[in-house]
Ligand binder design. Structure first.
Ligand SMILES: [Zn+2]
Length: 252
C-alpha cells in the first residue's frame, strides 16, 4: 500500500480546484470513506457546534444565552479541559446540549505516532462518556486533520467524524464584515464556533484569538439564523431529521 503522506496535499489542492458540482460528485463517490459535512432534507435546520471548550468564562455565559434563545448546540470538548473545568463541562450536558469529542488534548493527530493517536481517541471517548454520563457519537479532529487510519479508528470506536461548513470565524483575524459573510448558513449546514481557546495545557501553542466577545458574537449569529427561519440545534437533531452528506477529507 502506498504511503498516504504525499497524497494529502495533492488531494486537498485537487479538491480546492473543483467547482461545487464536481465536488459534490466526488464527495458522493468517496462517501464510504467520508466525514460528515452537512445534512440534506433536514428541513430548515442547522447544527451549531462549539470546539475547544469548556471555558470557565465563556461557556457558562454562552449556555445562558442559548437557553434564552431556545437554541441547542453540540460541544466538541477537549478532555484536557473537561478535567480542568469539570463543573463547566457538566453544565453543558445539564443544559441539554450534545456532548461530542474533540480530543484528549488539541495536538494535531497526524503528527502523533498512529498507535498514540488511536489510544488517545479510545481513551478520551471512554473518559468523556463516563465523566458526563452520556453517549459520545461524534468526533472532530483538532484542525480537521486526519489520516485514513485515524478516520477508520474513529468508526471502530463507534463514532463518526463530523467536520463543518460555515464558521463564526471567531478564531481568525478578519474584519467584521468578512466575519459576518463567513457565518452565513443555509439549511443543513453544520456551523463551527469556539467557546474555548486551546493553549499550552492542551498541548499546543497557537496564535491568540482575535479580540472578540465570542459569546455576544455567537448569540448574534443565533438570532440572525433564527430570524431567517432556521432552527438552531445539535448535530444529532440535524442528522435525525435529515440525511448526512459525507465526503472524504484527509488533511495533515
Ligand atoms: Zn479545535
Amino acid at each position: 500500500m502506498p504511503r498516504p503522506v504525499a497524497v494529502y496535499p495533492a488531494f486537498r489542492r485537487g479538491l480546492e480546484r473543483l467547482g461545487p458540482r464536481a465536488r459534490r460528485v466526488l464527495d458522493a463517490a468517496t462517501s464510504p470513506f467520508g466525514s460528515i459535512l452537512r445534512a440534506e432534507r433536514a428541513g430548515r435546520r442547522i447544527a451549531l457546534t462549539f470546539d475547544d471548550g469548556p471555558d470557565p468564562d465563556v461557556t457558562p455565559r454562552l449556555l445562558a444565552g442559548l437557553a434564552d434563545a431556545g437554541a441547542q448546540a453540540t460541544f466538541f470538548l477537549l478532555l484536557s479541559r473537561v478535567r480542568r473545568f469539570p463543573r463547566v463541562a457538566a453544565a453543558v450536558a445539564d443544559g441539554g446540549h450534545e456532548i461530542a469529542l474533540h480530543g484528549l488534548d488539541h495536538r494535531r493527530l497526524t503528527t502523533l505516532p498512529l498507535a498514540e493517536a488511536r489510544r488517545s481517541i479510545t481513551f478520551a471517548r471512554a473518559e468523556l462518556s463516563e465523566r458526563l454520563g452520556t453517549e459520545v457519537r461524534w468526533f472532530r479532529p483538532p484542525y480537521g486533520a486526519q489520516t485514513v487510519q485515524v478516520w477508520q479508528h474513529v468508526r471502530r470506536e463507534g463514532m463518526e467524524t463530523v467536520l463543518w461548513g460555515p464558521g463564526l470565524a471567531d478564531t481568525e483575524q478578519v474584519a467584521v464584515a468578512e466575519r459576518r459573510r463567513r457565518r452565513r448558513a443555509r439549511p443543513g449546514d453544520i456551523v463551527l464556533g469556539h467557546d474555548g481557546v486551546a493553549d499550552r495545557d492542551d498541548g499546543v501553542d497557537d496564535p491568540p484569538p482575535p479580540a472578540l466577545d465570542r459569546v455576544a458574537w455567537a448569540l448574534d449569529a443565533v438570532r440572525e439564523y433564527q430570524d431567517g427561519g432556521l432552527t438552531v440545534g445539535t448535530v444529532g437533531a440535524l442528522l435525525d431529521a435529515g440525511t448526512a452528506v459525507k465526503g472524504a477529507r484527509f488533511t495533515r
